[in-house]
Design a protein around this ligand. Structure first.
Ligand code: NAG
Ligand code: NAG
Ligand code: NAG
Length: 316
């Protein structure tokens, strides 16, 4: 019962209070990896226009997090080891931002569950365990502003004649390149194909304050991220900044209409396994459906014209 309520809330949280997209000041004109413009702070809050956002509940999956839940840099740091994770109540998100203070970018987010965090006396909160973004300016700012453990990846999107859409993600943080993060992997870390029903029924995702109030009542706070400090890494562009304080961040999605479809997460045969080594493209474990216990076909919401917001964090 509790899991079902959380599942509904996970879907519902995407429409939080309506925040109009603010006019954003860009901190880079040419926001690409190749650009020579210096890193400039783009302070929170960020209210981002998402061209497309896919939200995939990760529910009832394994209680033990796989090694691949974290990037090699964060894996053995307090970012991963502080507090405990109530796994199996999480989300995967794949978003194409049309604009942001650092220009357009793509993002892949894994939230494996709800975490406790020593020092935070509040309720369990989501923690983004692993996240890829498509350029250095969002990596640098995301790590610095909110302790979000961003790493760069190349995103390869393709639309097919049958109406499906695929994405393949080639990260820089392969285990072998841990000290460099110098360029994308040869095989994808993740690939997925989205299918929408032939007649796209638009479903308004409801905001239910009753659900979030109930969740608070049973000890969960799904509208906030709890992020311990991040270690510093050696990215090619100096983008992997570290931080020294904890941050709790309000986040949400507003103005969204959703169509309900599915995401196929089968990773083979051209997927991320290297030969039959059981290792994936970045040196982590290989699972045919990407994650332990994940089914091949997953419910996916496709949100249209939404605003994704990351508030100013409470730091401690
Ligand atoms: C970021 O850099 C990598 C190579 O270093 C490249 O593959 C990727 O496409 C770049 N992304 C952007 C948005 O420039
Ligand atoms: C961004 O900067 C790079 C490196 O100077 C350059 O190759 C590229 O053409 C620029 N892109 C735009 C859109 O100006
Ligand atoms: C992380 O810790 C594990 C076990 O303690 C160890 O096997 C692994 O090599 C460590 N990884 C890194 C990147 O330090």
């Amino acid at each position: 019962m509790r899991v079902i309520i959380v599942a509904l809330a996970s879907l519902a949280l995407w429409v939080s209070s309506t925040t109009a997209a603010d006019t954003m000041t860009r901190v880079c004109n040419n926001c690409t990896n190749e650009s020579t413009e210096p890193f400039v702070e783009a302070p929170p809050p960020w209210n981002l226009e998402a061209e497309v956002a896919y939200v995939i509940p990760m529910l009832g999956l394994s209680n033990d997090l796989p090694v691949k839940a974290y990037s090699p840099l964060e894996r053995n740091s307090t970012y991963a080891t502080s507090g405990s994770c109530l796994a199996g109540i999480g989300l995967m998100m794949i978003i194409r931002y049309k604009d942001s203070p650092v220009g357009p970018y793509d993002e892949f987010i894994i939230i494996p569950g709800l975490y406790s965090n020593p020092g935070d006396t509040g309720l369990r909160k989501f923690r983004i365990s692993r996240i890829y973004v498509s350029h250095k300016y969002t990596t640098w700012n995301g790590r610095r502003n909110w302790n979000i453990p961003k790493h760069i990846a190349r995103f390869d999107w393709s639309s097919h004649a049958d109406g499906t859409e695929s994405v393949k993600i080639y990260p820089h943080d392969t285990t072998s390149l841990l000290n460099e993060e110098a360029g994308p992997s040869e095989l994808p870390f993740f690939q997925g194909t989205f299918t929408l029903p032939p007649i796209v029924g638009l479903v308004r995702v409801p905001l239910s304050t009753a659900i979030t109030t109930y969740l608070d009542g049973i000890g969960l706070d799904v509208l906030k991220l709890s992020s311990p400090p991040l270690p510093q890494g050696n990215g090619k562009y100096g983008e992997l900044v570290g931080t020294s304080r904890n941050a709790n961040t309000q986040f949400g999605v507003s103005g969204a209409w959703a169509s309900v479809g599915s995401l196929d997460v089968y990773q083979g045969p051209q997927g991320d396994q290297i030969g039959s080594t059981g290792k994936n493209a970045v040196g982590d474990e290989y699972y045919p459906n990407f994650w332990p216990n994940m089914p091949r076909h997953n419910l996916a919401l496709r949100l249209h014209g939404s605003t994704v917001s990351f508030g100013a964090p409470d730091v401690y």
